[in-house]
Design a protein around this ligand. Structure first.
Ligand code: OSB
Ligand code: MG
Length: 371
């Protein structure tokens, strides 16, 4: 059955986070991104979200490279070649190298449309089976230890299943020591966003004192080899984030012993179809996975929830509730976390309605592509 697309709209949005989010590489306060709206001949609407940031600090993509790729390459490919299933997009987009977040934004909208056309929730279309998902929270670098302890305390009270905090050289062992004094048993992980090198190996061995669930992306953003050396020298499990862009990256990392855990972000790996392949490979190799976050608005968040219902997402991810990020989200209802759990919506597609008034409020302009 062909997916009969009538039009694609790209809504350019700007939203401001409740709290500036700081990592080893800088601070994000304003989110600039695109909502992809795919409309078919039957009047169904599918939605996707581009998750790249305004600047290329996390990966090489930006909101504007996503727009360029979607407008000038990906949408024209779709206009020229109708597809039958969202999985077909991998092959269709393969002449365009990388640009995973641009591809994932369109693919996400088509997955939503596909699920709605079949009158099933997106999570079922993906093969997920959970009624609720467990979630954690990621806390950025704070102005002081007291601020950090306060934010962790709030997160624990809100019931989040685990807390992730950010470390960097000069802001690591001391911070973890203080946090552990206040929260000796809290499920905790640290994310370095690639701030260290192998020269820090003796320093990083001290991480083993803090009973962390894992250390996320300690070394280079594009490294898989050095992480294998580090993993052999520390007890704490390494989780890769930035280094993982594809199924093959995961295969290489697992074969080399570069990590024991994988953080999957739909945008970083180029979409839900690739994320599912990675999920299955990790399941077969007994590598636990969790769903990372990109400070998404509601559409991206809804996709993360749907993906997390797949069975090998055994660790709580970074999908916190809408209110943690936004005064007002662009979906209704917003994503709500109770006792560290999100109840998975059973309505067709992503399971949330667009709040059109909010979308309008945050929209700068809309580009329409006719098919
Ligand atoms: O490294 O996981 C990361 C946010 C932006 C970019 C990279 C990362 C993060 C987070 C927060 O840790 C995830 C979220 O709450 O959406
Ligand atoms: Mg990370």
């Amino acid at each position: 059955m062909t997916i009969n697309i009538k039009a694609i709209k790209l809504h350019a949005l700007n939203m401001t986070l409740n709290h500036p989010f700081s990592t080893s590489f800088g601070t994000v306060k304003d989110r600039e991104f695109y909502i992809v709206e795919v409309i078919d001949q039957n009047g169904h609407h599918g939605f996707g979200e581009s998750v790249a940031f305004a600047t290329p600090w996390y990966t090489e993509e930006t909101a504007q490279t996503c727009f360029h790729m979607m407008r000038d390459f990906l949408i024209p490919l779709l206009q020229a070649h109708p597809i039958d299933h969202p999985d077909d997009l991998v092959a269709l987009f393969s002449p365009i190298k990388k640009n995973h977040m641009a591809k994932a934004a369109i693919e996400g909208a088509i997955w939503d449309l596909y699920a709605k056309t079949n009158n099933i929730p997106l999570y079922q279309a993906l093969g997920g089976n959970k009624k609720t998902i467990d979630v954690g929270i990621s806390i950025g670098i704070q102005p002081s230890i007291d601020d950090l302890i306060y934010r962790i305390e709030q997160s624990v009270q809100a019931g989040y299943k685990r807390v992730k905090l950010k470390i960097k050289p000069g802001h690591d062992m001391q911070v973890l020591h203080s946090v552990r004094q206040h929260f000796p048993d809290l499920p905790l992980l640290a994310d370095a966003n690639s701030a260290y090198t192998l020269k820090d190996i003796d320093h990083l061995k001290q991480l083993d004192d803090f009973n962390l669930m894992m250390i996320e992306q300690p070394l280079g953003h594009d490294d898989i080899i050095d992480h294998a050396t580090l993993q052999k020298n520390i007890h704490t499990s390494i989780c890769l984030d930035e280094s993982i862009h594809s199924f093959d990256d995961v295969r290489h990392a697992i074969q080399l012993g570069s990590c024991r855990v994988i953080n999957i972000k739909i945008g970083r790996v180029g979409g839900l179809t690739e994320a599912k392949r990675i999920h299955d490979y990790c399941r077969d190799h007994h590598i636990p996975i969790w769903c990372g976050g990109m400070l998404e608005a509601g559409i991206g968040r809804a996709h993360n929830i749907a993906l997390t219902t797949l069975p090998n997402f055994t660790l709580p991810g970074d999908t916190a509730g809408s209110a943690h990020y936004w005064q007002k989200d662009i979906i209704t209802p917003p994503v709500v976390v109770n006792d560290g759990e999100i109840t998975v919506s059973d309505t067709p597609g992503i399971g949330y309605e667009i709040d059109w008034k909010a979308l309008e409020q945050f929209s700068e302009y809309t580009h329409t592509f006719k098919f």
